[in-house]
Design a protein around this ligand. Structure first.
Ligand code: C2E
Ligand code: CA
Ligand code: CA
Length: 446
């Protein structure tokens, strides 16, 4: 056996047979003469600087004394590689992986340490890692697996980052906002031109976005119309307005106009009629006049479906307004076919009253046309008293614009109507047609 250095047979007189020298007769050293001995020593008579492990087994009066070469032990200790620290501890002696013998106790592995004790012989083996070696050896032994793992984790992280951070498609963002009820109504007052009394409101949609704040309708209505989301968005608006104004209807004058902007797609949908009925069901009969505003630029095709729809809307007492009038090209036939009730003169013409004769001329012509067709007129975007006077003088029935009030959040309107803002005004509000004299975004109900 290569790792056995010597085997000696011992009797009471000493060694009488030895694997190296044959027939010999040596006294046994006192140190070796103990039962079931196991001893590490720095060397023996033959090789003094070569550690060895001596084993002595007693059999009756005789014994077998063997030595195992230290080189073999070192080989075994070093077999686990550089990363794992292995120490052999026999009695008071220690052998390290370099095959060096130590009399003092060696430092045990610091990071992971395991101790194994022999049940038969007085020796232990310590195995483990030092912390720095551990990571180093982990990298050395598993660099490929670790690189793949690291790459895959980074890939996953990047994918997640991209998925979370990428802008959603406009349609899915609108659907999310609809679900979260982020579309809210703002109300802008409509006054009668002769006494400037509040006769109604136009409902204007705003998007209360969680990160971008309040978004103007012209920034999202086109996408909403394209994706069809405008239909549920409008019914959300109708529902909100119905519930909140329905609750304070006693504070509103009778025949209060509530105008909604309706997209052409909504008129092709079967839901509009049901939604209008549902809206009206929140109010006492005659309390409100629902007005649907259809923009002139997006005119409806007069077919069996739309004609029947407007017939039914007419039966419900719902009125029809042509919005932005003057910017499109609706024919007289069209105005009559759909039984239009109002024309809303586009604010671009109103804004130029007093500054440009062509605009005034268009306004005059629209007024003339409306009068002949028996339609009421609403002027939008009235900002100055001069414009208001001009329009009133020309016989425009209703006025709307910053001069009388900016669009305001529904709760603010409700609070004012209830007189919460100024309790002194409550007496004037109840039962009376409120007068609007406010500029700067305030409807003063007095
Ligand atoms: P619109 O129906 O012509 O609404 C009138 C717009 O003029 C509103 O803009 C209003 O804030 C603004 N305005 C009112 N008075 C004045 C004024 O004195 N001066 C000036 N410069 N502007 C005034 P807003 O609220 O930004 O709405 C823009 C458009 O978005 C609306 O024009 C309407 O076409 C559309 N829109 C708003 N809400 C809805 C909705 O619920 N559904 C649909 N389909 N469209 C809507
Ligand atoms: Ca409108
Ligand atoms: Ca308009």
């Amino acid at each position: 056996m290569p790792f056995v250095r010597t085997i000696s047979l011992v009797d009471e007189q000493g060694i009488y047979c030895n694997s190296l020298f044959g027939d010999i007769n040596w006294p046994e050293s006192a140190a070796d003469r103990s039962d079931n001995l196991l001893r590490l020593s720095a060397g023996n008579q033959l090789r003094e600087d070569h550690p060895l492990l001596a084993v002595r087994n007693q059999y009756g009066k005789g014994a077998v004394f063997s030595t195992i070469d230290g080189e073999y032990l070192q080989f075994m200790l070093a077999l686990s590689g550089k990363s794992t620290k292995l120490l052999l501890h026999v009695g008071p002696q220690w052998l390290d992986e370099q095959g060096k013998l130590h009399q003092e106790a060696l430092e045990k592995p610091t990071f992971v340490s395991h101790e194994s004790n022999s049940t038969q012989y007085p020796f232990s083996i310590y195995a483990g890692y030092d912390e720095s070696d551990f990571w180093h050896s982990l990298w050395q032994g598993r660099w490929l697996a670790l690189s793949v793992l690291l790459g895959a984790s980074m890939g996953c992280a990047l994918l997640l980052w991209w998925l979370l951070g990428r802008p959603r498609s406009p349609a899915s963002e609108l659907a999310r906002a609809l679900h979260a009820k982020e579309f809210v109504p703002y109300l802008q007052p409509l006054v009668s031109s002769d006494n400037e009394q509040l006769i109604g409101v136009e409902v204007l949609m705003r998007w209360q976005h969680p990160s971008y704040g309040l978004i103007r309708p012209d920034l999202f209505i086109p996408q909403a119309e394209e994706s069809g989301a405008i239909i549920p968005m409008t019914s959300l608006l109708m529902d909100t307005v119905a519930q909140q104004l329905g609750a304070i209807q006693d504070q509103l004058p009778d025949g209060f106009h509530i105008g909604f902007n309706i997209s052409a797609a909504h008129c092709r949908d079967n839901s509009l009629l049901t939604e209008c009925r549902h809206f009206l069901s929140h109010f006492a009969p005659g309390k409100v006049v629902m007005v649907l505003e259809l923009t002139e630029r997006e005119l409806l095709v007069a077919n069996a479906h739309t004609l029947a729809l407007f017939e039914e809307l007419d039966v419900l007492g719902i009125q029809l307004a042509i919005d932005d009038f003057g910017t499109g090209h609706s024919s007289l036939a069209y105005l009559q076919q759909f039984r239009v009730d109002y024309l809303k003169i586009d604010q671009s013409f109103i804004g130029r009253i007093g500054t440009e004769s062509l605009s005034e001329h268009i306004v005059d012509n629209v007024i003339d046309l409306a009068t002949r067709l028996g339609l009421s007129l609403v002027a939008e975007g009235v900002e100055t008293q001069q414009q208001a006077e001009y329009l009133k003088h020309k016989g425009v029935t209703y006025l709307q614009g910053y001069l009388f009030g900016r669009p305001m959040p529904l709760p603010a309107f409700v609070a004012q109507a209830q007189g919460l803002v100024d309790e002194q005004e409550v007496a004037g509000v109840a039962g009376l047609a409120p007068r609007l004299g406010a500029t700067n975004n305030q409807v003063n109900l007095a």
